[in-house]
Design a protein around this ligand. Structure first.
Ligand code: KDG
Ligand code: MG
Length: 402
């Protein structure tokens, strides 16, 4: 089999997605996601200008060799743009191989290790009461694990809480909007939120919380310690992870489990975090981490240190990445949990898919390959629209991590 054509499709069915379609001389094609929220066109151009010309004529079954060719062959390594572009190619090739061998991708990764993939979703509210009600709604819908975020009193716009009742995650048209941030108000508020949640919803449901990179290590240590009575499933991104040894300080003070890595794009970003057991869950995701090929190696490395996966799965990752993550999560042994936010009804129509949710678990389906399509006629009605993530400033105007 030979690759005869490849095209980048950029569309905006409620939000922007970058999709790569690779076609073969046998009529089988594969789909890969290369979406990088707020920087979509950088990946699209990297693919069209620099990657696609190198793919034509290659055997799509040579997934490892093509991965190494794109990674090592570029000389310039890593980075979210490069690794998302490589991921788009890699995932499309796994899709082709599954279709050609008439088997779902999870079978190519070792077969089923479990019956379903445990997922968590996002609850939020402008008040504690609203957040409690939101968690309850998702529990009633069958979720066994829920992330809870709440507006912090005295902080005009808090991470994880939508403006105007819209579903999170943001991607705003126009220039980036500016959020405000107060560490003091946040640290004083969050333990009370989880005290109330446990009192209201009990101890069976898994509760998670995303700090979104906003604390220093010692502040994160204080938060983790104060949340211990409410036994969270995890505290996510407690501090920016460029400084990997910052996590050692958090670990010295708290037993609250830690997840990080949604902005990572290579196993090297997590090398010390994993081998020194400073984290419990690795969140690097298939689209931003070089695809299934690189995530499989990362997960196998993490398994040696009893670190599990907890992949990023917000709505800025397309249904193609969601499907790939579900095949992956079904197959590997050290799977922990998978994030799941519902895409809009329009996004789901543009990307019809086989995966489904039932009683807290998701299932990739048994279609050959990944089980996701793209409706190209519909796509043409929703062209790309420039959009940005917000930025954040402290109360005195200093730029800080969003
Ligand atoms: O594009 C950025 C989002 O994907 C990110 O803010 C979502 O932190 C996030 C999460 O945990 O889903
Ligand atoms: Mg996060």
């Amino acid at each position: 089999m030979k690759i005869v054509d490849a095209r980048v499709i950029v569309c905006s069915p409620d939000r922007n997605f970058v999709t790569l379609k690779i076609e073969t001389d046998e009529g089988i094609y594969g789909l890969g996601d290369g979406t990088l929220n707020g920087r979509e066109m950088a990946v699209a151009s990297y693919l069209s200008e620099h990657v696609i010309p190198c793919l034509i004529g290659r055997d799509p079954f040579d997934i490892e060799d093509i991965w190494q060719y794109l990674y090592r062959g570029a000389y310039w390594r890593r980075g979210p743009v490069t690794m998302s572009a490589i991921a788009a190619v890699d995932v499309a090739l796994w899709d082709i191989k599954g279709k050609a061998l008439k088997t779902p991708v999870y079978n190519l990764l070792g077969g089923k290790s479990r019956q379903g993939v445990l997922v968590y979703t996002h609850a939020n509210g402008k008040t504690v009461d609203e957040t409690v009600a939101s968690v309850r709604r998702y529990m009633d819908a069958g979720y066994l694990a829920v992330r809870a975020q709440c507006a912090v009193p005295g902080v005009a716009s808090s991470y994880g809480v939508p403006k105007g009742g819209k579903p999170y995650e943001p991607a705003e048209r126009g220039l980036p909007s500016e959020d405000v941030w107060s560490t003091e108000r946040y640290l004083n508020f969050v333990p009370g939120l989880f005290e109330r949640l446990r009192a209201e919803v009990g101890h069976d449901v898994h509760l998670l919380h995303d700090v979104h990179h906003r604390l220093t290590p010692i502040e994160a240590a204080r938060l983790g310690k104060s949340l211990e009575p409410y036994h969270l499933f995890w505290m996510e991104d407690p501090t920016p992870a460029e400084l990997q040894e910052g996590f050692a300080l958090i670990r010295q003070h708290t037993t609250t489990p830690i997840a990080t890595g949604e902005v990572f794009n290579s196993v090297w970003d997590a090398h010390d975090l994993i081998r020194k057991q400073w984290i419990d869950y690795i969140r690097m995701t298939i689209v931003h981490g070089g695809g299934i090929t690189h995530l499989k190696k990362t997960a196998d490395f993490a398994a040696l240190y009893q670190v599990k996966t907890g992949f990023h799965g917000a709505t800025d990752l397309s249904p193609i990445t969601m499907a790939a993550a579900l095949h992956f999560g079904l197959a590997i042994h050290n799977f922990g949990i998978q994030e799941h936010m519902h895409h809009s009804e329009l996004t789901d129509r543009v990307f019809p898919h086989e995966y489904s949710f039932n009683a807290g678990y998701m299932y990739p389906g048994d279609a050959p390959g990944l089980g996701v399509e793209i409706d190209e006629a519909l796509v043409s009605q929703y062209p790309y629209q420039r959009a940005y993530l917000p930025v954040a400033r402290k109360l005195d105007g200093t730029m800080t991590d969003w």
